[in-house]
Ligand binder design. Structure first.
Ligand code: ZN
Length: 306
């Protein structure tokens, strides 16, 4: 756990006002407010199928623009709430979706894989809040557009310490390890509801209502961007109300694969226990070890090159 010492903006402003006539004074330094934005794509307004989600899809090029625009809306909302530093992780598919030339010059972007902290790479204890844009519900959820957890092809369930986890939960636990609370999530109604059930009263921007795995009643990009901007601003305005989401150490990870052989082979490793035909268990010292293990399991294959 970390300890922070920062002066709330309104306190700083009040002190300045009392100290001397404003005209004679330089502008007071803004209190640092570092915001981490993790951006996925399944929960972007309008996304309903693979056609929007991967470079082979006929709508992908346009939907990269919409994803970028929703991230820009989150950045704008964060700035309005006083954000002084922003890191964005491009956390969908190949990790190279965001049109980085559209982002403000002082934003840092995390791209491509693998990453030890997966969708949360770049976060550390200097951040004050985490925001999830374009998120989707877990593979165990009976609702939700493109509901899956980490790998739609390979995984049927992920649990941390016996609790079923969507990506939002795993990522909140990584943020929580560094003492950073999640304050806002955007996505379809299933994803927002699931995240709020797990994390509590975070701000949620429902940009579409799931009809089925490949169908939704969606907002337009213009409307979703306005909503996201407003929700991020509102979340950061009351950021003192949020607590980091933490998982007790050691952290027990249970993974269920859709296929048989990953469980069989991983159980060759003495650090892995096979719990069912399709499931394995790994216990990490903390969520960071669990994150690295998950990234390994989802990325490694003997033919990887270079
Ligand atoms: Zn994704």
């Amino acid at each position: 756990m970390r300890r922070r010492a920062f002066i709330l903006p309104y306190v700083a402003a009040a002190c300045t006002a009392l100290a001397a006539p404003a005209a004679a004074q330089p502008a007071p330094a803004r209190a640092p407010l570092k915001v981490y934005i993790s951006a996925d794509m399944e929960g972007i307004a309008g996304v309903v199928s693979e056609q929007q989600l991967s470079p082979a899809g006929f709508e992908y090029a346009r939907f990269r623009e919409f994803q970028t625009a929703e991230v820009l809306a989150a950045i704008a909302g964060a700035r309005e709430a006083g954000a002084t530093e922003i890191v964005v992780s491009d956390s969908h598919g190949n990790g190279q979706n965001l049109l980085i030339e559209r982002l403000p010059a002082d934003v840092t972007v995390i791209r491509s894989w693998p990453r030890p902290l997966m969708m949360m790479q770049g976060i550390d204890s200097t951040f004050h809040a985490a925001v999830f844009i374009g998120y989707h519900s877990a593979t165990t959820n009976v609702r939700g557009v493109r509901a899956h957890t980490i790998s739609s092809a390979n995984l049927a369930a992920v649990e941390l310490n016996g609790v079923s986890m969507p990506e939002a939960g795993i990522n909140a636990a990584i943020a929580g390890h560094f003492g950073v609370p999640v304050v806002m999530v955007s996505g379809d109604d299933a994803a927002v509801e699931e995240t709020r059930t797990l994390l509590g009263d975070v701000e949620g921007a429902v940009v579409k209502r799931a009809i089925s795995f490949h169908s939704a009643a969606t907002m337009t990009p213009e409307a979703s961007q306005a909503l996201i901007r407003q929700k991020v601003r509102a979340a950061l305005a009351r950021r003192a109300a949020f607590r980091p989401y933490t998982t007790a150490a050691p952290v027990r990870l249970d993974v269920t694969f859709k296929s048989y052989r990953p469980a069989e082979l991983l159980a060759y490793l003495p650090i892995v226990q096979r719990t069912t035909a399709h499931s394995i268990r790994f216990t990490g010292r903390d969520i960071i070890e669990v994150s690295k293990f998950l990234e390994f399991v989802n990325t490694y294959e003997p033919g990887i090159a270079p």
